[in-house]
Design a binder for this molecule. Structure first.
Ligand code: BTN
Length: 258
């Protein structure tokens, strides 16, 4: 007999799916389900969020029409190997958008852009106990159908049928998560670099000096590489760097990322 997962072409992601009309944050709901024992691959999807969260404590505007998706994952990884998983997740979201014809690209660490405008963001959070990984909550917000007015100047939307996009997203997430678990960053780094949006800059503090340089990719550990104005390439830590991007239609003026 063919199982539901086999019919969808996936094996573990989406094994259990919880659909909510609204919630504060699907990441919070997924974390709650994980603490209550939810299995690897449980997915929580909401039609809207009242307190959607982005990276660095920012809000994620979450009106009806967008996709608010969180997955509970329990990968067999040491805690230290979880952060680079976000690169694999970014690739998966990028490829899901590309499967519908969008010219999607990645902005470090894992924003998905189309023509310099943000289409999707990823927020990966871990839950651990006594230094051991308990679960990873992979949160993904995609502007499907609507661009929230709050971010209209720097965001874009994908107009595709919601369930088809969810199926593609789940399939891509499963492929790229399994690749990272099996092979580590070896497969992820070149794939991420191939999808990196060109022409982005970043401001970082290097040897105590604030420097603006061109993004030169990521190294074998997934750390960002910044080429300073004299051509020297520096490895920068995520906490010390702010990616900045050209305003649409301009190759000179830089605006802080938000
Ligand atoms: C970012 O770009 O800053 C990350 C945005 C992540 C938003 C998603 S929407 C689903 C999940 N629930 C949340 O509260 N946040 C993530």
């Amino acid at each position: 007999m063919t199982s539901d997962l086999e019919r969808r072409g996936t094996h573990w992601l989406g094994a259990k799916r919880i659909d909510l009309e609204s919630c504060a944050s699907t990441n919070d709901e997924a974390a709650r389900f994980a603490r209550a024992g939810a299995i690897h691959g449980t997915v929580v999807i909401a039609e809207r969020q009242d307190a959607g969260r982005g990276r660095d404590g920012r809000a994620w505007a979450s009106p009806i029409g967008g996709l608010y998706f969180s997955a509970v994952m329990r990968p067999p990884l040491p805690l230290a190997d979880v952060p680079p998983l976000t690169l694999a997740i970014g690739i998966a979201v990028c490829d899901a958008a590309r499967a519908f014809g969008a010219a999607a690209q990645l902005k470090w660490p894992n924003d998905v852009l189309v023509a310099d405008q943000k289409l999707a963001g990823v927020l990966v959070e871990t839950q651990s106990q006594g230094g051991r990984l308990d679960s990873v909550i992979v949160g993904i917000g995609v502007n499907l159908e609507v661009v929230p007015p709050e971010v209209a100047h720097r965001a874009t939307a994908l107009h595709v049928e919601r369930e088809r996009f969810i199926a593609e997203l789940i399939a891509q997430l499963e492929v790229w998560t399994d690749r990272y678990i099996a092979c580590g960053l070896e497969m992820i780094v070149p794939a991420w670099q191939e999808r990196m949006a060109p022409g982005l800059s970043a401001r970082a503090t290097i040897n105590g000096v604030s420097t603006v340089g061109e993004l030169a990719g990521i190294d074998g550990d997934g750390a960002l590489l910044l080429r300073d104005p004299s051509g020297i390439v520096h490895r920068v830590r995520s906490g010390d760097v702010e990616v900045i991007r050209p305003l649409p239609g301009s190759d000179r003026v830089l605006s802080p990322d938000a």
